[in-house]
Ligand binder design. Structure first.
Ligand SMILES: Cc1ncc(COP(=O)(O)O)c(C=O)c1O
Length: 417
C-alpha cells in the first residue's frame, strides 16, 4: 500500500473508542464493573449532542410550536420543524410533508391501521405479515381484522431465520389489501430484502408497510429505493429520545387517509357544523407534540450522519462476525438467527439455563443483555422456546467488550451448568 493510500485507510478506519466518549452513560460502572451495554435493540444510549440539544431547548427557547409568533415560539418551531427536514433526508423521502411525527413505531403502525386499513378493509380481505414480526406489526392488524372481518395471513421463515420470499410472494393473492414486513428483525437480526418484497407488492397493487425500527440505527435507509408505501421508525433506538418516531407514507396515501387523532394543531378551521383539517403532515399530529424529543432526534440524526451509516454498517458487520465466532466457541450455546444478511443482533440460549437467569447473572458482571420474548411471541413459538437472551450491538461497542461478554457467559455456565 502506498503511503497516501495508507493514510486514507487509517483516516477511514472505524475507531469505536472515538465515539464512545460521546456517550456519557457508557462510562458507568454496574456492580463495580465497567458497563458492557449490549441491549441496543431495546433502546440505544444517547450522545452528549442529543442531551445538549434537549437541555438547550428547555433553557433557552422553551415554547409551544406553531401557535406563537413571539421569538421563543418561532425558535422552537424552527428547531422542531428542522428535524422533519433531517428525517426526510435521512430516509430519502420525496417530501418533508410526508414525514409524520409519532411517539414511536407503535403509533406509526397504528396510524396506518386505523387511518388506512380500518376504513378500507372488508370481510374476506387479508393482511399479510411474516413470522418474524414484532408485536407492533401484528397486534394492530389483529385489532383491525376483528373490526372489519378481514384475516391476518403469515408468511413463513426458515429455521435459519430467513423469510421465504417466494412463499411471501405466492401469498400476495388478490384478497391481500396490505402487507407488512420488518426491515431488520429485532430478534434474529435478519435483514429482509425489502426492495424485492416491495417490487412484488407493487406489481400486484398491494401497499407495503416496512417496520424500520431496527434498520434505521444500523443501515442506510432509502424509501425511494426500497419502493415501499409506508415506513415506520422509532427515535429512541436511533440514539434519540423516547417518545419520538416517524411514519413516512406516500403523499397520495396520506392525503386519502382520515386523521387518527383529532384536536388542536391538526385543523384548518373548526365549527360545530364542519371541521377542515390542516395540510400534510400536520393533519396527523393532533395536540402539543414532544417538542424537546424531536429537537433531540434532530441532533441524533446529525450525529449519525456525521459518522456515516455506511461506515456504521460495515463496522457492525465485522463486530457481528467476531461476536458470532466467539459465541459459537461456548459449549451448549444455541444461536437463533443465522441469516446471510444479518445485523448485529444475537439471540441465544445455553443448554439448561433459563434466559432470565443468564441475563441476571450477566448483569452481575456488568453486562446488559435483554431476556424474554422480545415482543415476538409467534417467533418464540416457531423456535419452540419461551424466551431467549439477546445481545444487540452498536457502533460504540468493541471487540474487547465482546470478549468480556463471552468470558462472563463462561463463568455463568460454570456456575449454573
Ligand atoms: C422491530 C420492532 N418493531 C417495533 C418496535 C416498537 O417500537 P416502539 O416501542 O418504540 O414503538 C420495536 C421495538 O422494540 C422493534 O424492535
Amino acid at each position: 500500500m502506498s503511503a497516501a493510500n495508507a493514510s486514507v485507510a487509517t483516516e477511514n478506519a472505524f475507531d469505536p473508542l472515538r465515539y464512545r466518549s460521546d456517550f456519557p452513560l457508557l462510562k458507568r460502572r454496574v456492580h463495580g464493573k465497567p458497563l458492557v451495554y449490549f441491549d441496543n435493540a431495546n433502546t440505544a444510549q444517547k450522545p452528549q449532542a442529543v442531551i445538549d440539544a434537549i437541555d438547550r431547548y428547555y433553557r433557552e427557547f422553551n415554547a409551544n410550536v406553531a401557535r406563537a409568533v413571539h421569538t421563543l415560539g418561532e425558535e422552537a418551531t424552527s428547531a422542531y420543524e428542522a428535524t422533519r427536514d433531517k428525517v426526510a433526508r435521512f430516509i430519502n423521502a420525496p417530501s418533508r410533508d410526508e414525514i409524520v411525527f409519532t411517539s414511536g413505531t407503535t403509533q406509526a403502525i397504528n396510524t396506518v391501521a386505523y387511518s388506512y386499513a380500518l376504513p378500507r378493509l372488508k370481510p374476506g380481505d387479508e393482511i399479510l405479515v411474516t413470522t418474524m414480526e414484532h408485536h407492533a406489526n401484528i397486534v394492530p392488524w389483529q385489532l383491525i381484522c376483528e373490526r372489519t372481518g378481514a384475516k391476518l395471513k403469515v408468511a413463513p421463515i426458515t429455521p435459519r431465520g430467513e423469510l421465504i420470499v417466494d412463499r411471501f410472494v405466492e401469498l400476495l393473492t388478490p384478497s391481500v389489501k396490505l402487507a407488512g414486513v420488518v426491515h431488520v428483525s429485532n430478534v434474529l437480526g435478519t435483514i429482509n430484502d425489502v426492495s424485492a418484497i416491495s417490487k412484488a407488492c407493487r406489481a400486484r397493487g398491494i401497499p407495503l408497510l416496512v417496520d424500520g425500527s431496527q434498520a434505521a440505527p444500523h443501515l442506510p435507509v432509502d424509501v425511494r429505493a426500497i419502493g415501499c408505501d409506508f415506513y415506520a421508525l422509532t427515535g429512541h433506538k436511533l440514539f434519540g429520545p423516547t417518545g419520538t418516531g416517524v411514519l413516512w407514507a406516500r403523499r397520495e396515501l396520506l392525503e386519502a387517509m382520515p386523521p387518527f387523532f383529532g384536536g388542536g394543531e391538526m385543523i384548518k378551521m373548526v365549527s360545530f357544523d364542519k371541521t377542515t383539517f390542516a395540510d400534510l403532515p400536520h393533519k396527523f399530529e393532533a395536540g402539543t407534540p414532544n417538542i424537546a424529543g424531536f429537537i433531540g432526534l434532530g441532533a441524533a440524526l446529525d450525529y449519525v450522519e456525521a459518522i456515516g451509516r455506511g461506515r456504521i454498517a460495515a463496522y457492525e458487520r465485522d463486530l457481528l462476525v467476531y461476536a458470532t465466532q466467539a459465541m459459537k466457541s461456548v459449549p451448549g450455546l444455541r444461536l437463533f438467527g443465522e441469516a446471510n444478511e444479518k445485523a448485529a443482533v444475537l439471540a441465544f440460549l445455553i443448554d439448561g439455563i433459563h434466559a432470565h437467569d443468564l441475563a441476571t447473572l450477566l448483569d452481575q458482571e456488568g453486562v446488559a443483555v435483554r431476556s424474554g420474548h422480545h415482543c415476538a411471541h409467534p417467533l418464540m413459538q416457531f423456535f419452540g422456546v419461551a424466551a431467549t437472551a439477546r445481545a444487540s450491538l452498536s457502533f460504540y461497542n468493541t471487540r474487547d467488550e465482546v470478549d468480556r461478554f463471552v468470558e462472563a457467559i463462561g463463568r455463568v455456565r460454570r456456575l449454573l451448568g
